[in-house]
Design a binder for this molecule. Sequence first.
Ligand code: TXA
Ligand code: MG
Length: 327
Amino acid sequence: METKIVTDIDVCARAIKGGELAAFGTETVYGLGASCFDEQAVAKIFEAKGRPSDNPLIVHVCSLEQAKTVAKEWTEEMDRLAKAFWPGPFTMVVKKAENIPDVVSAGLGTVGIRMPGNFLAVEFIRMCGVPVAAPSANTSGRPSPTKAMHVYQDMAGKIPYILDCGDSVKGLESTVYDVESKTVLRPGVITPEDIAKVAGDVGVSRGEKGTPKSPGTKYAHYHPTYRVVLVRGKNIAKKIEELCKSANQAEEKYVILDIKGILKNISGEYLSYDGDLNSAAAELYSLLISYEGKTDVMIVAGIEPKGIGLAIMNRLERAAAGNIMDT
Ligand code: TXA
Ligand code: MG
């Protein structure tokens, strides 16, 4: 199959109406969309991504009215959350309406709903005439795409269209929030503190015991082709110095990601955001992807898991996949 990057919304909307897939950009990451009512089209998403079928998809809507059509009920609290955070990087998990097929919700009684904060994405959904089910537009396990070209590099030959909506300005997937249990299932740039202002006390799922509520959080994720080593705690600088020495001895190429600019006097290639967490979040996946083929290991200085730092650390912990050192 030939894969085209296009800017014509109509072409992509017609593909969706015809039971095909189209990737599209949002402010968080690129999504791989299908009509949420078309089970066969949705099945193609799972196939293209190699996604386990027990991992539900987020349903993307263009308006509050459309959101109400996929929820079983629309409560006053849901209304307040929607008005506070939509359009934006916020997904509400709520009781699903009967019209949502099991393939979308992975058999759960709930559905994740989001109105993306990218004008072109919203216009695309409006022109599709149906809510659009979409996971991130990457092969399962890979870093999520934040540029049309990332999607192309990963999915060429597997999907017909990629709607270029520009680079994703937020760069991390939406916050997934379960309304009933008042729990953040996946952290994002909308923080638990932000949600608490609208919904009162909220918890954060750590996913350590039992079945995680957000099925996706149990799978390996965000893996670039090289190793990521994440160093946390009080003696980060000392540990990283040691790691650099052993990398040098092993003649391994390494790069250091020091988001807050806390390291001094360690030789090597540095990436730093001087504590600008919004920029770090926006560029994280792009950065992970850009070092593929160029390094053997990325050594990362951990940051405090607070505010947006919680979401950044969540993604880094999973990218490190067990290569986490507490000092
Ligand atoms: O920003 C985003 O959320 C992007 C863009 C494309 O909108 N989408 C995205 O989708 O990240 P995906 O499929 O890669 O991640 C969705 C996450 C998964 O962890 C999934 O398990 C969880 O949301 N999820 C979806 N529906 C759910 C539900 N009904 N209950 C619990 N978790 C749900
Ligand atoms: Mg994903």
